[in-house]
Design a protein around this ligand. Sequence first.
Ligand code: RIB
Length: 309
Amino acid sequence: MSKNAKLTVLGSINADHILNLAHFPRPGETVIGKQYQIAFGGKGANQAVAAGRAGADIAFIACVGADDMGERIRQQLAQDNIDVTSVERIENESTGVAMIFVNGEGENNIGIYPGANASLTVDYVERHQQLIADADALLMQLESPLESVLAAAKIARRHQTQVILNPAPATKLSDALLSRVDIITPNETEAEILTGIAVNSDEDAARAAEVLHAKGIATVLITLGRRGVWLSEQGQGQRIAGFSVKAVDTIAAGDTFNGAFITARLEGKAIDDAVRFAHAAAAIAVTRPGAQPSVPWRAEIDDFMQQQD
Ligand code: RIB
């Protein structure tokens, strides 16, 4: 595909409340935090921003609440080269919220209140279906109602729009949805929930990929944290290592990977080059705090890759 190939992202928008602390609180424990920030996030928005900053021609289907936060996020998305015509303000709803703890190792755990994201209904998807029909690729995650994700995948299939699913947060999925996915990008936990195979090695990843291929998915990318990505196309698998950097926090690393990966693919990069490009974008993101504030622009990704040569 060419530089003008179109991407549509469908997904969530959240205001992230991020608290850095030495260790995660145990049940009943209170831990005094070291740093607190509110940043723009949500898996859908993070992936849209990653694609927009990496240079994609991108539109976003999503919902914000009728609040100041929603308006500010919408304006920021537009500045990140995203067509926000289909990001609607939902009356009597608040913008989605994520409460995020980040520990001393840069790991996180997250609780979410969907707010306006729950209004991304099947009706809403159908109202904006032209954006899916006109796109070359549709990228989705699972912070939106599952029936809406399925409806969008059906529209995409009818119009030969490639479907990329990042199955996060982890949940079991129907064959009706999986059989309409062209590329799936689970992490190890998500791969285990989808396939029943615990992914602790390349061999496990290959077996999990086989299960997903058997559901009708042509390309499987299992992200393996520091070990890189297991890329499997029609049963031919290889591990592609990532870049080693000092992580501040891993919030939105996977989202950045997804947005950058599909951008590179739509530009016509070979799939293993697209994975390396996405690894570079994610490596930059983990060296910076927060979700969208950490997502790099195209020039930064290109510079990073040149420095590795
Ligand atoms: O993937 C990271 C994102 O997950 C955060 O931005 C938070 O909003 C949650 O959706």
